[in-house]
Design a protein around this ligand. Sequence first.
Ligand code: NAD
Ligand code: MG
Length: 394
Amino acid sequence: MTILGSTGSIGVNTLDVLARQHDRFEVHALTARSNVERLAEQCLEHRPAVAVMVDPEAGAALRDLLARAGSRTEVRVGAPALAAVAAAPEVEIVMAAIVGGAGLLPTLAAAEAGKRLLLANKEALVMSGALLIDAVARSGARLLPVDSEHNAIFQCLPAGYRCADPVHPHGVQQIWLTASGGPFRERLLETFHSITPDEACAHPNWDMGRKISVDSATMMNKGLEVIEARWLFALEADAIRVVLHPQSIVHSMVAYADGSVLAQLGQPDMRTPIAHALAWPGRMASGVDALDLLSVGRLDFAEPSPERFPCLGLAYRALAAGGTATTVLNAANEVAVAAFLEGKIPFTAIARVIDDALSAIPVEPADSLERILALDARARDYAWESVAGAAAEP
Ligand code: NAD
Ligand code: MG
């Protein structure tokens, strides 16, 4: 298999699961943007045929390090090498775990090559759902959700269900995506302007990369997941509901026409959905402790507040607008989150930057990769300008 983004939180968890299943999976390629030390360690432990480093200088350093350690892993550099290892003929399974729009092209390449595609990179579907789903349908690739909510929903659907097929014929009425509410579920709204990047990244239940941690704090993560669910399960927006569930034990739910609601429960540990997608349709050990409901004690559910989490509303708005609106939403969000993490804008400006981009950039049909990439670039430029404007405000 190939792991795109092996040095990130999902990548590390995937390798942890694989280390317990030595005989079942063979790692062909590992990839990273620039983390030399971690990718070197992973190469020495998992001995992939190929390692890809997007950053050329980091790639040269990795090549040096591996050569000195006597490793036989071939080091390739540059973004185009990502798509090549995703589509390589010797690869059956691709874990798409690059963060953000940077993951789109290699994820598409895996889909076009008909791989078993384990999808963590939700931004690829938000940017370009129609194209990715089309590529899967044309090649016969098998799409398996790794995002814990979508993996939970997939587990609650009938055994023969294939992602991207409509769920209504199976009697599904609606789905419930659970959301922890992140670190600011109860923080005083009046203090939101002073939220620091470290506070935003301190998630109460999950240990994740910084971008998705900020997305969880704004609840844009749940917004992106609503759009992800729209594509994975071919659902209308009004059949996708979001419910706050601070314990993160119920990972999501499916409501059927007869009144049954099926849920998947487990510890908040990504190794469960990763192992599920790797072993599907079977099951295998993941290293996650058994869930003890007696020690959890209680499960709470509540409605998310639109004032506290305006980004969730922005995601529904982009989904309703259709076409390239979700491409713009994703691009503006990536810029706003990066700007916040760099200390350029306050937490409360994130939603404003996204709102401005959605309002300013007209929706086009999402019918070609060229158009998606053009709109993505345009929205990023626009959002960086808004960031400069927001930073100049007193
Ligand atoms: P992370 O920041 O920890 O890791 C990101 C990985 O992508 C790293 O390996 C990094 O080297 C690579 N990368 C970053 N920029 C790149 C670029 N420009 N080109 C090529 N590679 C690049 O992120 P993460 O938390 O592991 O999240 C990865 C994806 O999985 C995201 O799309 C996220 O939304 C999704 N996801 C994560 C979790 C989680 O628990 N962390 C849960 C559900 C979904
Ligand atoms: Mg999730």
